[in-house]
Design a protein around this ligand. Structure first.
Ligand code: ADP
Length: 259
C-alpha cells in the first residue's frame, strides 16, 4: 500500500494515533505479503505434479499399446496423485491448526511403545542403505495426546533422519523425561543443515536443497506439521545441526498429569 501518516509530534494524541495507524498498516501489509507468498507456493507445488501427470498421460495415450505400458502409466500417475493428496492433506491439517480447530483425541500414550514400533518400521524399510538405527528409552514415559498425530510427528522426524543420512550412517532415538516433560531426541549423522537455513526449516514448503528433495518425495511440509502438532499438545521442538556432521531434533511434550 505504501501509505503512511506523517507523525508531526509523537507525544500528542494525534501523533500517537498516527503511530498506531502506521503500525497497523505495516502488519496488514505483512499479512498480505505472506498470503500472497503462500498462494504462490501452493500453486507452484501443485502445478509440478499436474504438469507431469498431463505430460505422461498425453504421451501414454499416444504411444502405449500393450497392457503393460498402460499399467506403467497408471502406476506413475498414481504416484503424482498421491503426492498431490499428501500436499493437500498437510495443508488442510496446517490451516485447521492455525484456526485452532485441530481436534486432538487425547489418550494416555506410552512413548516407548509408539517410538519402538516406528524405529522397528524404519529398520525394515531401509535395509539396503545399511543405516544403524538405535533406540533407547527410560520407562515409563507417559503423555496424554493424539496417538495418530504424535505418530506423525515422530515418523516425520525419523523419515527425515533416514532420508538425510548417507549409507553407513547412524540414527538414534532417545526417550527420557525431565522437568515435567517427556523428551524425544532424534539424532542423525547425516548431511546437516546450514546455519542460514536452520531458522526456516519449520516454515511451509521450505527445503534446503530444492532440487534434490523433489526426487526424494519431500514437499517441505513435514516439519511445519511436526511443529504445529507438537505445539497443539503444549510441547515444543528444538533443533541443533552442523553441516557434514548431522542434526539433532528434540521434542518436548508435557508428561501425563502435568497438563
Ligand atoms: P521435506 O519433505 O522436504 O523433508 P521437511 O519439512 O520435513 O520437508 O523438512 C524441511 C527441510 O529441512 C528438508 O527439505 C531438508 O532440507 C531439511 N531437513 C529436515 N530434516 C533434516 C535432517 N534430519 N537432516 C538434514 N536436513 C534436514
Amino acid at each position: 500500500l505504501g501509505l503512511r501518516l506523517e507523525v508531526v509530534n509523537p507525544q500528542d494524541e494525534i501523533g500517537r494515533l498516527a503511530i498506531t495507524f502506521n503500525d497497523t498498516l505495516e502488519r496488514l501489509e505483512d499479512a498480505f505479503r505472506r498470503v500472497k507468498q503462500f498462494t504462490g507456493d501452493v500453486s507452484h507445488e501443485l502445478r509440478t505434479p499436474l504438469t507431469i501427470l498431463r505430460g505422461e498421460t498425453e504421451v501414454g495415450l499416444r504411444w502405449a499399446r500393450e497392457p503393460e505400458e498402460f499399467r506403467e502409466l497408471f502406476r506413475s500417475n498414481l504416484e503424482e496423485i498421491n503426492r498431490m493428496s499428501k500436499i493437500i492433506e498437510a495443508l488442510l491439517e496446517l490451516s485447521r491448526a492455525e484456526e485452532g480447530g485441530l481436534k486432538l483425541e487425547r489418550v494416555p500414550i506410552e512413548l516407548e511403545d509408539l517410538l519402538g514400533e516406528l524405529v522397528q518400521q524404519s529398520r525394515l524399510i531401509d535395509p539396503e542403505k545399511g543405516l544403524k538405527i538405535a533406540f533407547s528409552a527410560v520407562t515409563p514415559v507417559t503423555v496424554t495426546g493424539d496417538w495418530l498425530r504424535l505418530r506423525q510427528v515422530f515418523m516425520n522426524l525419523l523419515d527425515n533422519a533416514v532420508t538425510y543420512t548417507p549409507a553407513g550412517g547412524e540414527v538414534s532415538v532417545v526417550l527420557d523425561a525431565s522437568g515435567g516433560f517427556a523428551r524425544v531426541t532424534v539424532i542423525d549423522s547425516g548431511v546437516g543443515i546450514p546455519a542460514d537455513d536452520l531458522p526456516h526449516i519449520f516454515e511451509r514448503f521450505y527445503r534446503v536443497d530444492k532440487a534434490r528433495n523433489r526426487a526424494d518425495g519431500g514437499c517441505g511440509l513435514g516439519l511445519s506439521l511436526v511443529r504445529t502438532i507438537t505445539e497443539a499438545h503444549g510441547g515444543k521442538i528444538d533443533v541443533v545441526s552442523e553441516v557434514g556432521k548431522g542434526s539433532v531434533f528434540t521434542v518436548y511434550l508435557p508428561l501425563q498429569g502435568t497438563v
